[in-house]
Ligand binder design. Structure first.
Ligand SMILES: [Zn+2]
Length: 340
């Protein structure tokens, strides 16, 4: 059986994933510290609107509102015993929107980090991680998610545990890592090594890549490393909408729709097969990205210098390069908390 992503890629060549979940839900009234997943039950019409707006903007793939849907994350909101129902509901809401889109829209079940560190750095064993992800992924599958979309991972072994859980549940999977620490993931994974994360598992990923991170230039630089390492892989980029900046206590993103459109063109030229936006990417940005994707023919592979010239300076050191201005620790903490 062919998975939905390969099937749609065969038809369209490059796919557009959606934009920010967190940023847009904050715009709809979500309070800092509130669990977005609880809105699947208390404000499903807002989650429906989120998905519908992205489908209207032209998304081929929408991510369920289940990023923090493991028992470890939900425990912070005293909802650890409702993992199955909250994830199932998240998938059902997205499924209903996708089913009436009038074209194929893939429902991807978002699976984010547990927030726990694995042994030996922390207390969670690999098997416990698999179990926690399995509980979440079963709910997503039952609600109609077609693929497990493992994202914003820092630790390779945690991403692998989530992939194992997807395989156990009979789901195809993708995984993306956040390269937000000097061009690597917080746990030191370099972009070129992304392909090896699932090594040893009985079934490989449908796609791998990067999401979130720091800026659009930085993730494009990571993309060059990932596609160079394995040119035939389906590589995903879901970059933040420019650079996060604090204005008072509010976080803002510097990217304009024009900048995100150019990010899409550069991502295509760099070999990405699935392109979307992470933190700060609004419906308006995504509509500009759709237009850019539809109007662009793959061009010459850009250099990092060309990316910097068109998108702006790198904010972080790249994996192989020193320099860059770096992101404030405060901005990084805030981004990890609110994600997407
Ligand atoms: Zn993000």
């Amino acid at each position: 059986m062919i998975n939905p992503i390969d099937a749609l890629l065969a038809e369209k060549g490059v796919l557009l994933a959606d934009g920010a979940t967190g940023t847009n839900l904050f715009g709809m009234g979500l309070e800092a510290g509130e669990a977005p997943e609880l809105w699947n039950e208390t404000a499903p019409e807002k989650i429906t609107a989120l998905h519908q707006n992205f489908v209207d903007a032209g998304a081929d793939i929408i991510l369920t509102n289940s990023f923090g849907g493991t028992r470890h994350r939900l425990k912070l909101h005293h909802a650890q015993d409702r993992v199955h129902e909250l994830n199932k509901r998240a998938a059902e809401i997205a499924r209903a929107v996708a089913d009436k889109a009038g074209r194929k829209v893939i429902v991807a079940g978002s699976v984010g980090p547990t927030g726990e560190l694995l042994v030996p750095l922390g207390a969670m064993t690999y098997d416990e991680a698999v179990e926690a992800f399995a509980e979440q992924i079963k709910g997503l599958k039952e609600g109609g998610a077609e693929i497990a979309w493992i994202e914003t991972m820092s630790a390779p072994d945690e991403a692998k545990a989530a992939a194992q859980a997807a395989i156990d549940a009979g789901m195809p999977y993708t995984y993306t890592v956040s390269f937000d620490t000097a061009g690597r993931s917080m746990m030191g994974l370099a972009p070129k090594d992304i392909h090896g994360v699932s090594e040893g598992l009985p079934q490989g990923p449908v796609g791998v890549g990067a999401n979130c991170g720091v800026g659009a230039s930085d993730i494009l630089s990571s993309l060059l490393d990932m596609t160079e390492a394995r040119p035939d892989a389906t590589v995903i980029v879901k970059g933040n909408c420019g650079i996060p900046e604090f204005r008072g206590t509010e976080i803002h993103y510097s990217g304009t729709p024009e900048l995100m459109a150019d990010y899409v063109r550069l991502a295509v030229d760099s070999g990405a097969k699935i392109i979307g936006g992470c933190c700060g990417t609004s419906f308006e940005h995504l509509a500009a990205m759709r237009k850019a994707l539809d109007g662009h023919h793959k061009g010459e592979r850009p250099t990092v210098e060309a990316i910097v010239e068109r998108i702006g300076p790198l904010r972080n050191k790249t994996a192989d390069q020193s320099g860059g201005t770096g992101e404030s620790a405060e901005a990084r903490r805030e981004r990890r908390r609110s994600r997407a």
